[in-house]
Design a protein around this ligand. Structure first.
Ligand SMILES: N[C@@H](CCC(=O)N[C@@H](CS)C(=O)NCC(=O)O)C(=O)O
Length: 251
């Protein structure tokens, strides 16, 4: 194959370079599978990386489907966006979902539900607009947090707990991308709301055990200890504002 017709078949992940965010669900899948990927925006601009490389796709300057927002994955001629969609594409290739259709649908269904929780987790600190600073919507965030922590978090995580209780797993016996995602939301919510999560997790022993099992897996543990794992921070989806970390009465 000549250089001009060669289509790269390496996995290229495009995501904001300084946060875990939604890109982390994809990073975790590659890390658990031990499959190499390029985290493009974290590479130097001189090497074709940086946010500029990502913006080229978002602005439609690159061939292939134009993504609405990161994360997106480039594989050959394919440009795939939407976290759950990326994972649905990757999981069979990475061995992170059983092969049968029912299991794959089940996995996608749970992943979409986790994606809803991710959005609500973000909207606690940005209840009015993503384009405004947290400091411009603190009052509304303080009102929203007890609703999120008192009702929504328990409803979402309690759903995962019930699946574990009833079926013994989220999807299949082997570690799936949904297990990785469940680990990530528990880790993120613990970072954002450490006090409330102690209370909330009392009712979630199976989910806590799943979190620990995923975190202790050989490849994931090595990843978490590496520099590739960006620490949680105040620019990501899960942010720690102590004034929001209370289960108190909702108003
Ligand atoms: N539903 C999409 C949401 C994508 C999304 O909101 N991406 C964020 C970063 S985590 C972003 O950069 N959004 C820009 C925007 O919404 O304008 C997914 O799950 O991938």
């Amino acid at each position: 194959m000549s250089l001009t017709t060669a289509v790269s078949t390496r996995y290229e992940l495009y995501y904001w370079p300084e946060i875990q965010g939604r890109g982390e669900f994809v990073r975790l899948a590659f890390e658990e599978a031990g499959v190499p990927y390029v985290d493009v925006a974290r590479q130097p601009e001189e090497a074709g990386g940086g946010v500029a490389a990502m913006m080229g796709f978002l602005q439609g300057k690159q061939p292939g489907m134009v993504p609405f927002a990161p994360p997106f994955l480039k594989f050959g001629a394919l440009v795939i966006a939407q976290t759950s969609n990326i994972l649905q594409f990757l999981a069979p290739r990475l061995g992170l979902v059983p092969a049968d259709e029912a299991s794959r649908l089940r996995a996608h269904q749970i992943m979409l539900t986790i994606a809803d929780l991710v959005l609500e987790s973000h909207d606690v600190h940005h209840p009015i607009a993503s384009s405004l600073y947290y400091q411009d919507q603190t009052e509304e965030a303080r009102r929203r947090a007890p609703h999120f922590l008192g009702q929504r978090t328990s409803k979402f995580l309690g759903y995962l707990e019930r699946l574990l209780e009833r079926d013994g797993h989220l999807v299949g016996e082997a570690t799936s991308y949904v297990d990785l995602a469940a680990f990530q939301v528990v880790a993120g919510l613990r970072y954002a709301f450490p006090k409330a999560m102690v209370e909330i997790e009392r009712a979630l022993p199976r989910l806590t055990a799943l979190h620990d099992r995923v975190a202790g897996g050989t490849r994931v543990a090595a990843y978490l200890a590496s520099e590739r794992r960006i620490p949680f921070n105040q620019r990501g989806i899960f942010r720690h504002y102590p004034e929001l970390d209370a289960l108190g009465a909702a108003s």
